[in-house]
Write a protein that binds this ligand. Sequence first.
Ligand code: NAD
Length: 294
Amino acid sequence: MATIAFIGLGNMGNPMAANLVKAGHRVQGFDLMPENVSIARDNGVIAEADAPGAVDGAEVVITMLPAGKHVLDVYEEIAPTAAKGTLLIDCSTVDVESARKAHAIAAKHGMPSIDAPVSGGTAGASAGTLTFMAGGSDEAFALAEPVLQPMAGKVVHCGAAGAGQAAKICNNMILGVSMIAVGEAFVLAERLGLSHQALFDVASISSGQCWSLTTYCPVPGPVPTSPANRDYRPGFAAALMLKDLMLAQEAAKGSGAVTPLGKAAADLYDAFNENGHGSEDFSAIIRYLRDRAR
Ligand code: NAD
């Protein structure tokens, strides 16, 4: 069993760290928010006063932070004191450029590193069924895979440094676009006098089938576990969907890819957030579409 530093004990980080504790690892945690540290302590994490303290004596460092700048700040802070050979795993969702910079900091200090963003949300984090999308060398991936297993349903090696983040933003661009498409279809069905259940029964076994429909249906009823059945409490907040769609747009601009539907989805979620809905589940976009119908 390993000593693992876990930095960033928020909605995702805390249940992930708890699963590492359950797997028998010694987990040394740090977060800027005392209330999150206190939850971690209750889960068996050893609370440390700062990031270098958490990294002291650790063979592995996992970060689960809001954005690229937080990851780079923490990497700069811990790199001088972490032991050479310490494995750095960043599970945050960040832009591809920051991910590559983080790998460069690690390499400069003789530490193997992996970008390993996740899909599966807070439910997957609690259940230990997250999908990890990893980017980095074969050697670093081989070291990281067993560490990730207690938190994972699946761990996929997507390629070199930054490839995990690339996979994550491409996947979430599909998700944002498909949720809007499913929402539009239900709003049109309502206008045409077609019941939610009838559209679901047909589309869920026809060519309109997709995760946004069959697992995360944006109207109450057909999929009892979807956020629509609990007044769109997240789940996956609309503000986080906007973040990922903006990362996709940044990446598209930087790489010259043409993503007109990704752009339209980013614009719609931007307007949805501007209208004060950022803390609702992202599937609540259907209410915004419905409200705009004449
Ligand atoms: P969160 O805001 O709940 O947690 C982030 C934590 O990082 C906070 O507790 C904050 O205090 C801490 N933090 C910030 N800067 C820090 C620093 N310098 N040192 C120590 N701690 C610091 O966010 P979350 O929902 O846990 O998401 C974390 C990451 O996972 C994000 O990049 C997000 O996009 C991604 N993600 C979230 C979900 C989800 O459903 N919530 C799903 C997939 C991916």
